[in-house]
Design a protein around this ligand. Structure first.
Ligand SMILES: [Zn+2]
Length: 536
């Protein structure tokens, strides 16, 4: 249980149930809170005194699981000189102090029951749990200590990059003077998308538009039948583009995701339209028309029901045209509606997407119950054929918790055929691509722990619709154990490890000493059982 509340949000609440939960084995982690409540004080074994400011360094007082890697790993302490922010001074009344600042407790731990503890983190800002490696380590180890074990994806996110290519199928490239180019066809895609991705063992996502705004018929039609000569005399062949995209999917280097349905304002008829007949040198070229989930031209939101219709049209067309289930929605022009009622993220969850990624700063985890803002987890930026010089500096921000997301357009391949090769060559050493569906699958995998007298089972459930990636790919996870759980397992005479009821191996206590333990799960979109059994 993670407690981030401070007064007055809970002053009239009855916290007895909290007390009960901890005494029944649920640990409590209290962050940046004065915990002014007798139940919380009793659980934490401490009491808030008053505010203080000090610039003394933080010091570790004793050996403990939570602080072990701070000392052993030689991690530097955060800079405190010139930090005059006010902090919480608390008095320990039974809790052990793990870190202090000139006598003021900064991290405390109180063992309430054998299997439940209450930890207080006096972090100055909650965001430091994400952004400071020092606080992140304390938070991470506190979670392991509280839960007894913790499962993490076995991915080095700090060297992972997710590549997305926008605008496949849009109509505007055939008529907008400032966004005009030849939609890359099958041959171009074979040589300049598939080949470089294969060579670098890389994957990318194509964000596809399935509704082509046809100014001649004033209708929205499928782009994939459009073969014509545009106003600049270029022979556009969208059927060939679709073939190229399908080839890339078949080669295992591309996933198809949704860029919306039409990449245009849903209302193309009202003033200052109709857009259909407006002059392409004037009104029809105006930027706001090209955003689909917020009406940038008229400065309003788009009604929820209209957005949902567009999202579902795009979703269903991708299933029909590419035989793929898109898991990501990236709204065109980064336009999205933010009010509670019209919130595009919530609607995208309803339409079945697993992630919503609007440029430049928004990215949301989605499922039927939750739309979770993950902004700030990792950097994201748009690159292009004439902006590659900036790539190294754009990749510089640390991102240990999520892949960096980089975007470009089909336009970059059209205007510089070697662009994908150049981009992959420019990536710093050690960087690997992670596919959008792989990332979504990791975020949506359900891990459930269950025990009997002689067994401990972790179930990795990939049956939900967001975990399609694991149908044809194995996966691996890191298992961290707290000292008491590890010692308990090591005291057992011998353990047998099974994964999905086969590959029986015996497990030595030395194996458990290695932290983390890597769990390998075979491919298959089902429930996988990783099980430790006491061998007789
Ligand atoms: Zn776009």
């Amino acid at each position: 249980m993670l407690w981030l509340a401070d007064l007055p949000t809970y002053k009239d609440q009855n916290l007895d149930s909290l007390n009960e939960a901890v005494h029944h084995g649920t640990s409590l982690l209290v962050v940046k809170s004065r915990f002014i409540d007798s139940s919380l004080e009793k659980l934490l074994g401490a009491k808030f005194k008053q505010a203080y400011t000090a610039t003394d360094p933080l010091r570790i007082t004793q050996k403990h699981f939570i602080t072990r890697r701070l000392t052993e790993g030689g991690m530097g302490t955060p800079k405190t000189d010139w930090d005059f922010s006010s902090r919480f001074w608390i008095e320990p009344l039974g809790a052990q102090v793990l870190i202090h600042q000139a006598g003021h407790p900064v991290v405390t731990e109180n063992q309430v029951e054998d299997t439940a503890s209450a930890i207080w983190l006096g972090v100055p800002e909650t965001s430091l749990l994400r952004d400071s490696s020092y606080w992140k380590e304390i938070f991470f180890r506190s979670l392991i200590w509280s839960l007894g074990y913790l499962i993490q994806p076995d991915i080095d996110y700090s060297h992972a990059i997710e590549i997305e290519i926008d605008d496949w199928g849009t109509a505007d490239k055939g008529f907008l003077s400032y966004w005009h180019y030849l939609e890359p066809g099958e041959e171009t895609l074979r040589s300049f998308l598939i080949a470089p991705l294969e060579k670098h063992r890389a994957v990318a996502a194509a964000n596809v538009i399935s509704g082509y705004v046809d100014r001649q018929s004033r209708r929205i039609v499928s782009p994939w039948g459009k073969i014509f000569t545009d106003a600049w005399g270029q022979h556009q062949d969208y059927a060939s583009t679709r073939k190229g995209l399908l080839d890339a999917v078949a080669a295992g280097v591309l996933e198809i995701e949704s860029h919306g349905w039409i990449h245009m304002d849903p209302d193309l008829d009202s003033p200052p339209g109709p857009w259909w007949t407006a002059d392409l040198k004037g009104e029809a070229s105006a930027d706001g028309w090209y955003s689909e989930f917020a009406d940038h031209r008229r400065g309003t939101e788009v009604a929820a029901i209209v957005q949902l219709f567009h999202m579902e049209q795009g979703f269903e067309a991708i299933e029909k045209d590419f035989d793929q289930r898109p898991l990501e929605l990236r709204p065109g022009n980064g336009g999205w509606s933010k009010s509670q009622f019209n919130n595009s993220g919530r609607l995208a969850a309803q339409a079945g997407f697993g992630i919503f990624h609007a440029e430049p700063d928004y990215y949301y985890y989605l499922d039927p119950h939750l739309v979770l803002d993950m902004t700030g987890i990792s950097p994201q930026f748009t690159t292009s054929f004439d902006r590659l010089d900036a790539l190294q500096s754009e990749l510089r921000p640390q991102h240990p918790d999520g892949p960096v997301m980089v975007l470009f357009h089909d336009r970059d391949i059209a205007l510089r055929s070697g662009f994908v090769e150049d981009l992959l060559d420019t990536l710093p050493a050690g960087y690997k691509t992670i596919s959008a569906n792989n990332y979504v699958g990791i975020l949506h995998a359900q891990v459930v722990s269950s025990t009997t007298d002689t067994e401990w089972q972790l179930t990795f459930d990939y049956e939900n619709p967001y975990c399609t990636f694991f149908e044809k790919h194995p996966s691996s996870w890191r298992l961290w154990l707290s000292d008491p759980i590890r010692e308990e397992l090591q005291r057992l005479p011998s353990l047998r490890l099974t994964t999905d009821n086969d590959s029986k191996t015996s497990m030595q206590s030395a194996d458990l000493s290695r932290q983390p333990l890597v769990i390998s799960i075979p491919m298959g979109r089902n429930k996988h059982a990783w099980k430790l059994t006491v061998a007789n």
